[in-house]
Design a protein around this ligand. Structure first.
Ligand SMILES: [Fe+2]
Length: 421
């Protein structure tokens, strides 16, 4: 899954009460969106700049995409959903690219097989850079020239495109880490990288305000459609852990035989443990000097004080059972975070919740094509809340709903505990 945030920018480019005001407001909106667009596009290139051309074409598993593909796909998104429908003078950069760089938008046309994205060595990196520059120029031109009556819609799609690109900025990082973790030389994405420090202070549990609470996106800022509609949820009497579960706590689970005790696991989870041979979180490696983990800074000793990351839903669930607790539901998490109960709700690790990824009551997907963004994935996945160290500044939100399949663990996914009282 940012923030002087795109989500805090004005939403209505054509607003205002009189002709002078409206023009001023539109001019301000153009300036805002131009700045936001350049900033987000620049962040993608900054993240990619740590990587060689060879790094950028590798695909280490079906779920992960090459950096070069991410850079082109987010560009295709602007071309397809913003420029083609809203700029009649726009010239498509290359007729072959939509097939290569469409991800899962069935309404937008056919697409290349996801597991084979690493085979696309052509177009090369320079051509993808040219694609980005072509689309950048066209989008900047549209921002400057869009007529007032179309401005609100254009800026709305632009904002979705920017948030979409920010999501891929996070994936760019998690996907290359997965690739580097397969490399016996343990490459560093950034040799100076450091795990962000978790908040210190007394650990333990804090009470969550019980009763009926409003959940979901509030206010005028940006959100994805899956965060709506805002609705009531009943929060039971419970307490929630102030801190994220640490590596030290995870080591206790391992040393107590957590990965060898079927009674702690969901049936599918135990099957995954057996099939995958899990004995530790993702990227952990046992050495003569103890446990090490593959990080963005290369292979590093596991820091007992740091929050555990790269765990699946199954592992989070088994750990909670091991200590006699639960994972919070996403509503419980949102109420607790909104009440200021949580240390590090954002910025270190996404937190698995016990909530299945389902539509909120009354949810309606956005209109065609962009309607494929969230709604069609609402089955068989679990919700994670918060944000991670790879989430770009400005992209985090109290109501943000991330979602992954239960066995996934290549994201920076961790957990915090809850207990009912
Ligand atoms: Fe995408």
């Amino acid at each position: 899954m940012a923030r002087t945030a795109v989500s805090q920018l004005p939403r209505d480019g054509a607003g205002g009460s009189g002709p002078g005001t409206a023009k001023q407001s539109l001019d301000d909106a153009r300036a805002h969106w131009r700045e936001a667009f350049l900033r987000v596009r620049g962040e993608t290139e900054k993240r990619a700049s740590h990587l060689s051309a060879e790094d950028q074409i590798v695909q280490s598993m079906a779920d992960a995409s090459p950096t070069k593909w991410h850079r082109a796909h987010v560009t295709w998104f602007f071309e397809t959903f913003l420029l083609m429908p809203h700029d009649s003078s726009y010239q498509i950069f290359d007729e072959r690219f939509p097939f290569l760089f469409n991800s899962y938008y069935v309404a937008a046309g056919p697409r290349y097989a996801r597991p084979q994205r690493g085979l696309i060595t052509r177009p090369n990196g320079e051509e993808v850079a040219g694609y980005r520059a072509h689309v950048d120029k066209a989008v900047e031109r549209l921002i400057e020239a869009v007529p007032a009556e179309q401005a609100a819609r254009v800026f709305e799609i632009l904002e979705i495109g920017l948030n979409h690109e920010q999501q891929h900025q996070e994936l760019l990082i998690t996907d290359i880490l997965h690739a580097f973790a397969q490399n016996p030389t343990d490459p560093a994405y950034d040799a100076s990288w450091q795990m962000p420090r978790a908040t210190l202070g007394p650990r333990g549990f804090v009470e969550v305000p019980s009763g009926i609470h409003k959940i979901g996106h509030d206010g005028d800022g940006f959100c994805f459609d899956n965060e709506t509609p805002r609705h009531d949820e009943l929060i039971p009497d419970l307490r929630i852990a102030r801190h994220l579960v640490s590596n030290a706590e995870w080591l206790e689970f391992m040393e107590a035989g957590g990965y060898e005790t079927p009674a702690l696991w969901l049936s599918d989870g135990w099957a995954a443990v057996q099939a995958e041979g899990w004995q530790a979180p993702g990227y952990w490696r046992q050495t003569d000097n103890g446990w090490y983990s593959m990080t963005l800074g290369g292979l590093k000793p596991v820091d007992p004080a740091a929050p555990v990351v790269h765990i699946s839903y199954y592992e989070a669930d088994a750990f909670a059972r091991f200590v006699g607790k639960h994972l919070p539901s996403e509503a419980e998490w949102e109420v607790a975070a909104g009440a200021g109960c949580l240390a590090d709700p954002f910025g270190i690790a996404w937190q698995w919740t016990r909530s299945a990824y389902l539509p909120y009551p009354g949810y309606r997907a956005a209109e065609v094509a962009l309607g494929e963004y969230n709604g069609k994935f609402m089955v068989s996945q679990m919700v994670l809340r918060g944000s991670s160290l790879a989430t770009p500044d400005g992209h985090q939100r109290l109501s943000y709903r991330n979602f992954f399949y239960p066995p996934s663990r290549w994201q920076f996914s961790g957990l915090r505990l809850a207990e009912f009282v």
